[in-house]
Design a protein around this ligand. Structure first.
Ligand SMILES: NC(=O)c1ccc[n+]([C@@H]2O[C@H](COP(=O)([O-])OP(=O)(O)OC[C@H]3O[C@@H](n4cnc5c(N)ncnc54)[C@H](OP(=O)(O)O)[C@@H]3O)[C@@H](O)[C@H]2O)c1
Length: 256
């Protein structure tokens, strides 16, 4: 079982002021006390960070991080962090703070979000700040991985491909399927099994279907159906078919 994290600056118990009362701020205001971390907030725009706080964690939109950091007076013993995936630490160090970041790699839609079991990108401007980010993450049940400033945007783009684009892809599938008078429920077990196979075995072994089998005529017929019924999806279909052929080629090399 995790012990309550310490503040890197003074090694005392972490007392965390949450700034920003949106989705992440509200979810952390519920999750952190449940694992033994004292929380102030979530605090709004005009609030000041309480003197007893050892950590101020900004849960504000990415574009507001520098402004919110500048509104906090730097002091010894106070670490300032943010929860953004794509943002580096300079937005915080530029305001004079000993800084860290803790980005839960999880979709947070409301206060009931479950963090345990997910990954988290962490970083710190000092060893102590990084240690605090790791401890806070582990206390929430997250698996911390250090992602430095220069890699943040690529890391976050990968997360968007994995999560946001997956939803876009399912929306495209649903729309084409609707032209055959069937709905999403038909797709759900297929999508779940595919994700589980990818997670367990990796992309080369998880790939099945006509491109993997080399059924060229079937793929051409599929393309005609897309062009006929959902022409707005044809560019997406072609791009994904090309990418899938590359994956199938890699699979041939891997499996011999
Ligand atoms: N949601 C997710 O799935 C998720 C997951 C991981 C990480 N994150 C990261 O977490 C951070 C917050 O995202 P979110 O989804 O929680 O955003 P959100 O739901 O839009 O909430 C942002 C909150 O910040 C407040 N705010 C804006 N500017 C402020 C300022 N200068 N000082 C104090 N409060 C301010 C907003 O108040 P007003 O309503 O008054 O503007 C709002 O309550 C972002 O960096 C995001 O990248 C989000």
């Amino acid at each position: 079982m995790e012990t309550s994290p310490t503040s890197g600056a003074d090694q005392g118990p972490c007392r965390c002021a949450l700034i920003g009362a949106g989705r992440v701020g509200s979810a952390l205001a519920r999750a952190l006390p449940a694992v033994g971390v004292a929380v102030h907030g979530p605090l709004g725009r005009e609030a000041t960070v309480p003197a007893e706080a050892t950590v101020a964690l900004l849960c504000v939109p990415d574009a507001e991080i520098a402004r919110a950091a500048a509104a906090i007076t730097p002091r010894p013993g106070l670490l300032v962090g943010h929860c953004s995936g794509a943002t580096g630490l300079t937005a915080l160090t530029g305001a004079g703070h000993e800084a860290f970041s803790l980005h839960p790699l999880m979709t947070v839609a409301g206060p009931d979000a479950v963090f345990a079991g997910a990954g988290a990108a962490v970083d710190g401007s000092t060893d102590a700040a990084l240690a605090t980010a790791r401890e806070l993450a582990r206390t929430l049940g997250l698996r911390p991985v250090r992602i430095r400033d220069e890699d943040r945007v690529a890391y976050h783009a990968a997360a968007s491909i994995a999560s946001n684009f997956l939803v876009t892809l399912q929306d495209a599938a649903e729309r084409l399927l609707a032209t055959a008078d069937a709905d999403r429920e038909l797709l759900v077990p297929l999508v779940r099994a595919t994700v589980e196979n990818w997670a367990a075995h990796g992309p080369e072994r998880a790939l099945t279907g006509p491109i993997a089998r080399g059924d060229v005529a079937t793929v051409a017929a599929q393309r005609d159906a897309v062009a006929d019924r959902t022409p707005e999806l044809l560019a997406l279909f072609d791009a994904l078919a090309d990418a899938t052929r590359s994956l199938a080629d890699r699979r041939t090399v891997v499996t011999g």
